[in-house]
Structure formats: C-alpha cells, structure tokens
Design a protein around this ligand. Sequence first.
Ligand SMILES: *Cc1c(COP(=O)(O)O)cnc(C)c1O
Length: 358
Amino acid sequence: MGIVRDNVMDLKVYIPGKPIEAVQRELGLERVVKLASNENPLGPSPKAMSAMEKALNDIKLYPDGSAHYLKEALAEHWGVNQTQLFLGNGSDEIIAFLALAFINSGDEAIMANPSFPRYEPVVKMMNGVPIEVPLTEDFRHDLKAMAQAISDRTKLIFICNPNNPTGTIVSKSEVDEFMAQVPDHAVVIFDEAYFEYVAKADYPNGLDYLAQGKKVIVLRTFSKAYGLAGLRVGYAITEPDLVIALEKVRPPFNVNLVGQAGAFASLQDEEYLRYSIAENNKGLQYLYSEFDRLNLPYVVSHTNFVLFNCLKDANEVFQSLLKKGVIVRALGLQSWIRVTVGTQEENEIFIKALEEVL
Ligand SMILES: *Cc1c(COP(=O)(O)O)cnc(C)c1O
C-alpha cells in the first residue's frame, strides 16, 4: 500500500509557467511580455498601493482572521449581509474548500469543458465524480445538456460566467431556465471572476439567484479587474449556512494582512476600476481589429482575454512566440490560443510577433 492516497496519486501536478526573468535570461531577450494569466496590466489602484505599504508596518502581526473591515466593505458594496461572505486566498482556494466541504465520495459535480481547470481536480481529490459537459459550437456553456446531466448524486454545478478560457457568457434567460431545473440537493457555483468586465445587459448576476432563495454560491476575486493577482484575495457570497460549512474547513489566517488592506482600499476606488475596464475595452477592440486584419477567427470576449484561432498548431505557435519573448497560453485546443489583453504597447508587441511567427 502506498503512502499517498489513491485519489491524490491520480491527480496531475500543476506546472506553473517560468518566471519572466528566467525566460528572459534563458533566451537572451531584452524584454518578455507575459499575456498568459489574465492579470490586469495596469495593476492595482494607487490607493491600494499606499494602503498596502502602510499595512507592511503591521506585518509582524497575524492578519484579522475574520477580515472584519474587508467583509464590512464587501457587504456594503454588494448589499449583502456580512454573514453571507466568505474570504479565500484567491477564489482558487475557495474552489478547493467547496470540494472539501461538500463532496462526499461518489458525489457528482457538473462542469463545462473546456472551462476553468481547477474544478475537476478538486472534485477528484475528494473521490467525487466530475461530469464534464462540452461547450456548444459557439463556445458557450451548454446549459440544456448540463441540466440533463443532473442526477440524484449531483452535489455541485459549476457555471463559469464569463467562461475561462473562451470569454463567453450565458444569458439571464438561459440561466433562469436552467435554475428552474436544479433540485434542492445541488448547489450552483457561479464563478464570476470577470464579473466587473461584463457590460452586456442580459448578463445574469449570480447574486440575483441568491436573493431569490436559490442554493447558489457566487465567486468573485480581486485578481482580475482589481489588478491584485499576487495578493491572493477572492471571496464567495452565499447563504449563511453554507458560509459556516466553508468556515469549518478554512485555516484561520488564510487571507493575509497586506491582502486584506489592499483589497479593502481597491474597493473604495471605483474611478480606477472604471479606468482599468475602459483601457481593457480599448485593448480588446485593438486585438479584434488586428485578428480581422490577419484573417484569424476569434471568440468575442466579455473579459480581459481573447481566445483566437492561429490556424496552425497552437503549441508550435506558442513556442515560436515564446522565443520572441511573448508568453501566451495554448490550452490543448488544437489551433486555439488564449491571450490576455495587455497594455497597448504589449498588445502591439504581441501582434508584431504573431505576424512574424505566422
Ligand atoms: C483567474 C480565475 C480564478 C482564480 O482567481 P484567484 O482569485 O486569483 O484565485 C477563478 N476562476 C476563474 C474562472 C478565473 O479565470
């Protein structure tokens, strides 16, 4: 008998990208542009920066394990009760806690494919059964097929909206219809990591289903539009009972002191958030126009990244771009590549490199 649990033996190790400096040195490049992880190229609000600098003075102390001020600010921001809020070391951590708190051996979790790659392994880790439902032809969640996949064993249903890596959304009427078919024994997780970027009128806010009394958990994060990916602060909004279940599996100091201060301050700076989103939209429009010029198909995005078709082997194009100092993401989807919207300068470097490679 092995020491490692069978389920853990079966999991794959996440292979992180190399640090930018290492790639730069290895390839002898002057500059490396990383457009691989959907980070906000503008970074956080200056107000968040000064709040974090100030917080460094208290770094000898443990963080506030209840994240009192951040929860207070989030409760006000979203018009929910503090008892409905749960904070994580990134929403990534919360996704793992969902499996830890809710998946019994043999429970099923429904998710789209391709979608965010963390849902499947956390379910397997708990000896749960991931049920993967392919996206529609237009790269969106197939909510009809996902509703048909519901069984007596369904415990969690992940709706990544907008979906990573496609940038697509499902509409309010589609989700309304889906929600009407979800039985009481299943919890619907709306992963809304890109919520702030979506401007479409028929985009459903997961919080509305919570207000209707449905069993839902809404995941949001400071990593994307707020530009704080390195701090690791994400949160869930749900009913108090489910918050309590998640609290039971949480280490007491999972959200660090600097992170709480930076997230709190960035919530107060709506103007910077709007600026960030406006810049992202300009970048998206630029990339669309360049993909049009190069005759490359792409999926219209509601996020800060775009999935485009390079019409060649994506892994080879990825490698060639890397040699030129541009890091994108090939996801094992034939000729499709995901690129994060960078600054205008970064976007231009990317397009120039892409044109040369193709
Ligand atoms: C980036 C991302 C996350 C993870 O965000 P963190 O809060 O940084 O852990 C979760 N879900 C989706 C869909 C994402 O794209």
